[in-house]
Design a protein around this ligand. Structure first.
Ligand SMILES: Nc1ncnc2c1ncn2[C@@H]1O[C@H](COP(=O)(O)OP(=O)(O)OP(=O)(O)O)[C@@H](O)[C@H]1O
Length: 753
């Protein structure tokens, strides 16, 4: 099979754009470089079009054409009807230039298209009788797709040669007494391959692209603007030139008007639509049209052999304008010695054969083999398969199958490489003494001195491997601090395993922490179970609510910490574990020890680095920043609407004691963001206990006399009611149960008017 696109390995930058563009994955990745698989390539040239590095190059036949032009033989140029798209100088000048470089005759292939149409029309009735869907065979890429990748659709393709071959045979037949060179010129690189096909050989000698033709003109110093305008040579199509778009052939065949066919014509253009329709036919998911007029590119003006810098719409405009002008068609045959009818009178063989050829789909691995390949990129279950398509394959399984066939590298997986690179970077940073502790510490919100102090303890704890004991009331952030210490430590790329000692039944705690062997107790799982200590191997175990751990378990934990080994339930020998322990409690452990509820030796073992987290009431300076940060976090995490908190609300938050600490504050903010419909949260939106506690506590602690306090309460109440009523004084008086004049008096007194 002919190779019309070649890979230039040294230019390939391994972006795999070509693999993603290729409709049939006919690109082999070897040592990270992309190479074309000749047998599977359908010659669409998309890999060439998308390569920004010129690592894909088209086969050029310029020398061969120049050799033919220098020969003694008559040389005929067959132009694809898309040729006006490639030249902005006017189609007739192109014909003049072709003659100047040595072509004896210049024809377009529209008359060949008409021959096929008339042959096709003869068989219309047969097509209607058959129940098959027919695909037109004018596009060489479509023919290649069917022969190489859709063998099951071989019976669906029409058995006609393309207009290029029909025209070449027509011309050769006419000049049968002369030795003839025939050169096709178009935008399609599939034509280079088509002329070598077993059933189509010896019609066209060379097929070149418009880009190659421009190089030939340049070699001969031809400037199209200065060339003479000449018309095309006959044969001319009876119905005018054919436009190079899908649907044009069937339009000319007047099939769309045919009652018999009754809208059973479909036109399909472009890679995505082509693949979709072929799959739909294959899977019998399409209501039977009689004929699908199909082109792989968006019209023959989109082939790779046309300059890439002219937009599709400009190319189309040029073709349609030339088509309407028809200046390059001679007004009558009389201008030429040969007449169109002479040509058409000949008997031309318009049939072609199709062959099913080798396809890569034949090599299929077993499910087990696929699994093994997928494991190499950390895909252990279906959920791990992202099917992101970056590698050029639609699914991870297709990609693994390609790796099995040796045409792809199993490790060439973007998400896998990304993970690998970021974990390598992490490792490198750790090895080179860098750590992200300072970044992580930013997650601890607070500006008070107390928070600053705890942050510096947290930093020190993150740089050490010693056991940490976190003490603090519920909701002060012990869980958050433990996580931050782990993530800033050298164990950060290893597991962080949390155990809530208070929520696990005392009878299960031992098996939960240390695991068990199969048959250790009734109901034990087959194969046993690994405990949290083993799961955390290499990383950190966070023993939350350690103060609630049953006494009998405390001695087992103590020996695990001392010996750095654990004993599975029912296990014969100890298992080594390398685990850092962070323990936390809201209990007063000294009291627990005094009451005999906590082992003193375990306390000393845990209390190496001790961090006490201050309750919120002892760091009121943090209130406002915490409110802002928690609002932001909740809006993002829970997709809640953004709201402003009125200064009075912030004041209430400041004055409240928050016995449940930050968790309680977080829950309150979440509730307000959920329930308040206004954009601003006012004092009246707060629950009574928050406001009452606030006003009374606030005034009492300010050590003023009762009259003074009453005055302040009156003023704040007035402000609150005015806010709530939107400054409507009649409503405010109503709400307060006082007369309007009395309200005015009070407003004046408090300077609120
Ligand atoms: N300084 C802080 N900055 C920002 N968020 C915080 C801070 N401290 C705690 N939080 C948040 O408050 C919530 C409660 O924290 P956490 O669960 O860590 O508290 P805790 O002390 O472990 O509570 P408990 O003892 O009840 O388990 C979490 O959502 C946490 O992210």
């Amino acid at each position: 099979m002919l190779s019309v696109v070649k890979s230039k390995e040294e230019l390939c930058k391994k972006c795999f754009n070509c693999l993603r563009a290729c409709p049939v994955n006919a690109i082999k990745v070897i040592d990270g470089g992309a190479e074309i698989i000749k047998e599977d390539c359908v010659k669409c040239g998309l890999c060439y079009k998308v390569c920004s590095q010129e690592a894909k190059q088209l086969k050029e036949d310029i020398n061969e054409v120049e050799r033919l032009l220098d020969s003694k033989k008559k040389t005929v140029a067959l132009l694809d009807p898309s040729f006006p798209a490639a030249f902005d100088s006017g189609a007739d000048k192109v014909i003049g230039a072709l003659k100047k470089v040595g072509f004896d005759e210049v024809c377009d292939i529209s008359a060949g298209a008409e021959l096929i149409i008339s042959e096709f029309n003869k068989n219309n009735k047969d097509i209607l009788k058959s129940d098959e869907i027919l695909l037109s065979s004018v596009c060489p890429v479509i023919c290649n797709l069917i022969e190489h990748h859709y063998n099951d659709l071989l019976c669906n393709i029409t058995r006609f040669v393309s207009p290029m071959i029909a025209m070449a045979r027509l011309v050769r037949n006419y000049y049968k007494d002369e030795e003839l060179n025939v050169v096709f010129i178009g935008a399609c690189i599939g034509k280079k391959d088509e002329i070598e096909h077993e059933c189509l050989k010896n019609s066209v000698d060379v097929a070149i692209t418009f880009t190659e033709l421009k190089k030939i003109f340049a070699n001969k110093s031809i400037d199209l603007k200065n060339e003479v305008s000449l018309p095309l040579d006959p044969p001319y199509p009876e119905n005018g030139p054919v436009l190079p778009f899908a649907g044009e052939l069937s339009k000319l065949a007047k099939m769309q008007d045919s009652d018999a066919l009754d809208n059973r014509i479909m036109t399909v253009e472009g890679k995505d639509d082509v693949l979709e329709v072929l799959e739909a036919i294959r899977n019998q998911e399409i209501q039977k049209p009689a004929l699908i007029d199909i082109l792989f590119c968006k019209g023959c003006i989109s082939g790779p052999g046309l300059d890439r810098d002219i937009s599709y719409y400009e190319r189309k405009r040029r073709v349609i304008q030339s088509h309407n002008d028809r200046s390059y068609y001679s007004s009558s045959d009389s201008e030429s010695e040969k007449s169109t009818s002479d040509f058409k009178a000949q008997k031309i063989n318009l049939n072609r054969c199709f062959m099913g050829k080798y396809s890569q789909d034949n090599l299929q691995p077993t499910e087990e083999e696929l699994r093994e390949i997928l494991k190499r990129t950390d895909k252990f279950s279906d959920e791990d398969e992202l099917n992101c398509g970056v590698c050029g394959y639609d699914t991870c399984k297709q990609k693994a199958a390609a790796a099995y066939s040796g045409i792809s590298e199993a490790e060439m997986c973007w998400p896998y490489m990304q993970n690998k690179v970021s974990s390598d970077i992490k490792k490198h940073k750790l090895e080179s003494g860098y750590n992200n502790a300072h970044e992580k510490l930013k997650e601890i919100v607070g500006v008070s001195q107390k928070v600053e102090n705890t942050k510096s303890f947290v930093y020190k704890a993150s740089q050490s491997d010693s056991t940490v004991l976190l003490l603090g009331e519920s909701g002060t952030g012990k869980g958050l601090y433990a996580q931050i210490i782990h993530e800033s430590s050298k164990r950060c790329d290893k597991p962080f395993v949390k155990v809530d000692c208070s929520s696990i039944a005392p009878t299960l705690l031992e098996s939960e922490l240390f695991g068990y062997e199969e048959g250790a107790f009734t109901g034990a799982l087959k194969g046993g179970k690994t405990g949290k200590f083993e799961q955390a191997h290499g990383g950190t175990i966070f023993l939350d609510e350690i103060g609630d751990m049953p006494l009998e378990m405390q001695s087992n934990l103590l020996s695990a910490l001392q010996d750095k080994t654990i004993q599975r339930l029912g296990g014969a020998s100890p298992v080594d574990v390398d685990v850092r322990v962070i323990a936390a409690t809201n209990k007063n452990l000294s009291n627990q020890i005094k009451k005999g509820k906590f082992r003193e030796d375990l306390f000393y073992r845990l209390n190496v680095l001790n961090i006490t987290l201050p309750p919120l009431r002892e760091r009121k300076d943090d209130t406002v920043v915490l409110v802002e940060e928690l609002k932001k976090k909740l809006c993002v995490e829970k997709n809640l609407p953004k709201k402003q908190f009125h200064p009075k609300v912030l004041e209430a938050f400041y004055n409240y004691d928050w016995p449940g600490n930050i968790r309680e504050m977080e829950n309150m903010i979440e509730r307000l963001l959920n329930l308040v419909e206004d954009r601003i949260v006012y004092l009246h939106h707060l629950p009574d206990y928050l406001v009452k506690n606030n006003i009374v506590e606030h005034h009492v602690t300010s050590k003023r006399g009762l009259d003074d306090i009453m005055d302040s309460v009156e003023k704040e109440t007035l402000e609150l009611v005015l806010e709530k009523t939107n400054n409507n004084r009649t409503k405010a008086a109503e709400l307060l149960g006082i007369h309007r004049t009395s309200l005015y008096k009070k407003l004046r007194k408090h300077k609120l008017l």
